[in-house]
Design a protein around this ligand. Sequence first.
Ligand code: LLP
Length: 417
Amino acid sequence: EARPFAYNKKSLFCDGVDLRKLAGEFGTPLYVYSAEQIGYRYELFEAAFQEHTHTVCYSVKANSSLAILKLLGERGAGFDIVSGGELERVRKAFRPALKKVVFSGVGKQVWEIDAALKADILIFNVESEAELGLLAERAAAMGKRARFALRVNPDVFAETHPYISTGLSEHKFGIAIGLARAIYKKAAKNKSLDAAGVSVHIGSQIRSVDPFAAAMERVTGLIAELRTDGHQIRYVDAGGGLGIDYSQGDFDPAAEVARYAAALGGVIEGLGVRLLLEPGRFLVGQAGGLLTQVLYVKKNGAKTFVITDAGMNDLIRPSLYRAHHEILPVKQGKDAGKVDVVGPVCESGDFFAHDRVMSAVKPGELVLIEDAGAYGMSLASNYNSRVRPAEVLVEGRRARLVRRRESLRDLMAAETV
Ligand code: LLP
């Protein structure tokens, strides 16, 4: 697989576009995405699951750019949303996909439930008994029948960062699988509810497929019981979470997704359900990079700091999860040294790399923080009153500004003195 970011005559390109040109035209910090890579990853998922009736519901939170939602929607993707805001984004980006929306999240509000019912989304992934009660009430008030799946907590351990692991009983997510059957029984008596599925999500950036299979085994066990009880379960939602490689290792996405499909497929074989998948990171993570300019290089004691114009407000993953991101100089260089790459924000936690061996860069030069397409811009903030970056979508040899840089006026638009 060709990675979207590669050197071409000593300068780093995204597909057919020189990153120096993008920086010149749109400024920095700048998120750059490869449309080709996103499409390719989506098609890998489609191909890997072709033997199963399925819908790939892209997890909007990973990157909620309207242009990316449209690109995926047009290819046939559904969407996994967690808020009324994300629902609105799907509506705006590609309206026909509303009927392929799954609504997850532990804290759905009345207006969000109402909006989703009105949009006639595919299914609600319900995370508590109280939420199910509210859903029934709102559906009744609107004269509708709400399709739901309980998100069950399978109590399966998935090795990943503790902040993004979700499938243990100590986590706030889902309903303990042992309690689910009784809740479905109760729901069957309510005419406003349609117990259409079961869902599960055990965490994110999971590199082994075993925990996915283990969780799915518990879910299929539950489905057998539910069918005995007379429920017509038509959907099983496997959640998201398939990880990517953030180092410069050999990563074969086709093989990864094939292993994932084999693991899940092996468990749901013959179940006669539509499989819903909620990948986020796997589809967009490696398609994006954060392009930033070096402002200063300075030495403090034994350390050399490369200070960039991007900060933790633009990409928080290293600060929040100690996540590793490769950093490449746009101008291919040689003499390697050890540096800390840091942002301008007033916190020691504002860093992209510690003690990183990379080729020397000078003020004014550009570097690319790789694999920033997922949970980059979607987690960006205005901390330190910094405007959020612009976003560019590269389509072959062309680049399109899909979100302009915020202005100082945007920064204060919602405020009064
Ligand atoms: N479905 C549900 C119910 C989720 O909670 C998530 C992610 C996904 C799907 C998509 O997971 P993915 O395929 O992207 O792993 N900010 C963190 C990741 C948080 C994930 C939250 N839930 C990070 O930057 O690593």
